[in-house]
Design a protein around this ligand. Structure first.
Ligand code: T4K
Length: 379
């Protein structure tokens, strides 16, 4: 490598899509074209729903066009209004989904070690206008499901989970997908398991599932019978084909993610002021889909200096979810006081770098990426 040439000739992305079985995808798409059934509760969507419900051990899985619309439908189906408690430390779609429906997002802080909601902070945010909690299993680490269920029960609140990061994750033996009233997944192209665009709502509640089914198709209960408000949340057959073709390779994708995560932990160990956020826990299975580098207070150089070095070398690492939703618009203007009660969120936002993983990188690439980070530490 020349001293001034980048470590990689081509960009290395955080969200490079995994394609577990392109031939199966093309064949499934061929079948859809032959049938001329491309959307609206098609056979591939139905098969995808049945297989995901079985995998997650949940009664109902309803495929939706994307994770954001799925969040919006879940919020409507749960009848949320007034104020809903949500982390600021999440992708902005979680918060937008509330605001878009005229609901006030009330930001609770996260635990600095897990990056998931801090139950004590949640308790401190409950008012007589609170109708629910929208928790996030951030980075694929389960939110504190037992504590949140206890709070929801105690105060009569709805409990929904944004499980966009947590497909394939379990809490002990129970898969994420059946906690709270409902859980919402994203199968966006950048997620380790993808359906190009796509999402799902999973629930064990029959009435809730029936409401979601209506809402995702404009409220139609028959050809010309509309029973209530609805939107267009339908998943296409092309998206379901990608989802189905990736489902067969899911175990292999999980192995690759774990291998990459462990390689990063090994390579970063010993670098001063840096560590990889622990994601896996002994109480359940992780999907290791995000590798989060924490640049601690005693790092010789700043987070942004390391990020700049990575980018100069074609490594398109991200500082998800800087600066925190409460510092993004419209929330920064609407809730200028929010940061005062979010010390952990504010701290984490200055420390994270999300590194590339998935099938597009191997252990050799990880060695090179961490080599760039090590050089950056030398200034
Ligand atoms: N809740 C949470 C907690 C979420 O993280 C998300 C989405 C949602 C809800 C909403 O679910 P969806 O409505 O998206 O289903 C990305 C994704 O767009 C978003 O799905 C994801 N979270 C978020 C964490 O990341 P961007 O704006 O950073 O994505 P983008 O397009 O810049 O892509 C990231 C990297 O991947 C780039 O380096 C380019 C590369 N890439 C991207 C695509 C689409 C590829 O190499 N190939 C591709 O096809 O938001």
């Amino acid at each position: 490598m020349l001293p001034d040439s980048p470590a990689f000739d081509e960009p290395i992305h955080v969200g490079r899509p995994n394609l577990a079985n392109p031939d199966e995808f093309l064949s499934l798409v061929g079948g859809a074209l032959e049938r001329r059934w491309l959307s609206n509760d098609g056979p591939l969507v139905r098969e995808f729903e049945a297989r995901v419900a079985e995998y997650l051990g949940v009664k109902h899985c309803l495929m939706i066009a994307n994770g954001t619309i799925a969040l919006e439908i879940a919020i409507k189906a749960a009848g949320l209004s007034g104020e809903v408690i949500v982390p600021s430390w999440t992708f902005v779609a979680t918060v937008h989904a509330l605001q878009w429906h005229g609901i006030t997002p009330v930001f609770a802080d996260v635990d600095a070690e897990t990056h998931c909601l801090d139950p004590e902070s949640v308790r401190s945010k409950i008012t007589d206008r609170t109708t629910g909690i929208l928790a996030v299993h951030l980075w694929g680490r389960p939110a504190p499901v037992a504590e949140l269920a206890e709070i929801a029960d105690e105060f009569g609140l709805e409990l929904l989970y944004d499980a966009a990061h947590a497909f394939g994750v379990s809490v002990e033996d129970r898969m994420v997908g059946s906690f709270g009233r409902a859980e919402v997944f994203s199968f966006h192209a950048t997620k380790f398991f993808n359906s190009i665009e796509g999402g799902a709502i999973t629930t064990n509640d029959d009435d809730f599932a029936a409401t979601v089914r209506l809402m995702r198709n404009f409220g139609f209960a028959g050809e010309d019978r509309v029973l209530g408000e609805g939107t267009n949340g339908k998943m296409t057959e092309i998206a379901a084909a990608m989802g189905l073709s990736n489902l067969g390779g899911l175990d292999d994708l999980l192995v690759v993610n774990r291998r990459n995560y462990e390689a990063y932990v090994r390579e970063v160990g010993g670098l001063p002021g840096l560590r990889i956020l622990p994601i896996g826990s002994t109480e359940g299975r992780s999907n290791f889909q995000y590798v989060v580098l924490l640049v601690e207070e005693d790092s010789p150089v700043s987070r942004d200096a390391i990020l700049a070095a990575l980018r100069a070398n074609n490594i398109l690492a991200r500082r998800y979810f800087w600066p925190g939703c409460h510092r993004m618009e419209p929330y920064a203007t609407l809730y200028p006081e929010a940061s005062a009660s979010l010390p952990a969120t504010e701290l984490i936002a200055e420390r994270v770098i999300v590194l590339p993983t998935g099938t597009a990188v191997d252990e050799g690439d990880i060695g090179t990426i961490v080599g760039v980070i090590a050089s950056a530490l030398e200034g």
